[in-house]
Ligand binder design. Sequence first.
Ligand SMILES: [Zn+2]
Length: 212
Amino acid sequence: MQVHKNIFLFDGVGYDSNIYLIDGEVLVDTGTGAFFSETKDEIMKLGFGPRKIKLIVNTHCHFDHTGADKKFRDWTKAKIAIHKKDKAWLESGRNTLAESFNEQARSITVDQVLERGSKIKTKNFTFEVIHTPGHTPGSICLYEKNHGILISGDTIFSDGIGRTDYPGGSKRDLLFSIKKLTRLKVKTLLPGHGMPKIGGASLLIKQIYAIQ
Ligand SMILES: [Zn+2]
């Protein structure tokens, strides 16, 4: 499903996270891997190929967002990126909650370490990394200022906020992170699970923050 010109959403089935493809160049999150071949087919059907995909960005280390990283890397040869504070857990598989999905933790090598202010550029977009700890210590959101797009991982959804009862979680940090998001001009909110909010997302973010 196209959620913005040049951005496609492959919506997560069951526990799987949403997967976004930006300009056919950058994948944001990969799901558990249970639906890898279906997602791959959909990407091909849209006319995109593995060669153009150069980077896989993980919004955080959890297995439902990163379980298919290795499969996608094998297919595309893309590099894998994550915030520095979630890097060690993704690499070791520790605290990625793989067991909750009846899977074995997978270890994976991170190629690119992200931090606050890192830029992710594609043909039509420049996303900036916003460090939004709370759900995990290295959770990030990706913000595209010119187009007003926020890819929010498990920090905020169209109908609520992320859980903070997992390892490294902090409600206080999460609320501080969401407060940062209320200051951004957002038209389109692209969350890690559930439906996107297309149009007027700034107001929604403020409303969600206000009821916490
Ligand atoms: Zn998560």
